[in-house]
Design a protein around this ligand. Structure first.
Ligand SMILES: [Zn+2]
Length: 271
């Protein structure tokens, strides 16, 4: 019997590494108690794929529509028009992933900032929350969000890996915080453990960000090193321990918080 029901708010299920067993990945997640998943759109193609997956798994899979900062230079006016149409679909529960990534700088910073502004405007137009990515760009990220703050319908700082000060800034922007398996990595994620108690339960969300960020302390790791939503309970258990809560308690509050922020309808699928 599964005691928990969790929501993976960030899974890159359109990624090539899932091409041969996508349905099995979803089934394994549901078996592990991950009852709903948000499939990340990170460019035009993955957004279209995410929406298609959400259409074929109603109530279980949902989509985000957006352009990752790595792909910011690809955000043309034409794609923006298409994203605006796609973002109004009921399967799309957030705009993004969008934001700034100065760690890898795969698109020029000016292009990243422009694409971020455009997508924040889009989110405001369609009245949907934003799914935010930020790495090594905290100051610019906060400055841009502050400009749009009053028109936004909420959002999540996905894969939060920052320090205490950065956490406080995100909370002041009224963002929810998405925690990935980064917290399971004692080399680079240990600083997140004491921060978990600083986040109120109604703003704390969990995610795998698969196929990336396989939890480093997973008892038996897949040979492929591919992360998938079935490992979310492992991440959630780490977060719960850091908060001094049971997994059941964390699951209940994070699931309720995700449903509230993204307006997720409950699954209506029959087995
Ligand atoms: Zn990201």
């Amino acid at each position: 019997m599964i005691a928990t029901s969790l929501i993976d708010i960030g899974i890159n299920l359109a990624h090539d590494s899932f091409n041969f067993d996508r349905e099995a990945v979803v089934a394994r997640a549901v078996d592990a108690g991950v009852v709903q998943m948000m499939v990340t759109g990170s460019d035009g193609q993955s957004t279209r794929q995410a929406i298609e997956m959400a259409r074929t798994h109603p109530g279980v899979l949902f989509a985000t529509a957006g352009v990752h900062p790595h792909n910011a230079k690809e955000l043309t006016e034409e794609l923006l028009v298409e994203l605006r149409q796609l973002a109004t679909l009921p399967q799309v529960v957030a705009v993004g992933e969008c934001g700034l990534d100065y760690f890898r700088d795969l698109s020029p910073r000016a292009a990243q900032q422009k694409a971020f502004h455009r997508q924040l405007e889009l989110a405001a137009q369609v009245r949907k929350p934003v799914f935010l990515h930020q790495r090594d760009a905290h100051a610019d990220f906060v400055a841009i969000l502050r400009e749009h703050r009053t028109s936004l319908a909420g959002g999540v700082a996905h894969c939060f890996t920052g320090n205490h000060e950065e956490l406080i800034a995100c909370l002041e922007l009224e963002l929810a915080i998405g925690i990935t398996g980064w917290i399971c990595d004692e080399r680079r994620g240990a600083h997140l453990i004491p921060l978990m108690k600083e986040i109120t339960a109604d703003r704390l969300l969990v995610e795998t960000d698969g196929p990336y960020l396989l939890p480093r302390d997973l008892p038996s790791k897949p040979e492929s090193r591919r992360n998938e939503p079935a490992y979310l309970p492992h991440i959630a258990a780490t977060v719960a321990r850091a908060r001094g809560e049971s997994l059941e308690q964390l699951a209940a509050t994070s699931t309720a918080a995700a449903r509230r922020l993204f307006g997720l309808s409950q699954a209506t699928m029959t087995a």
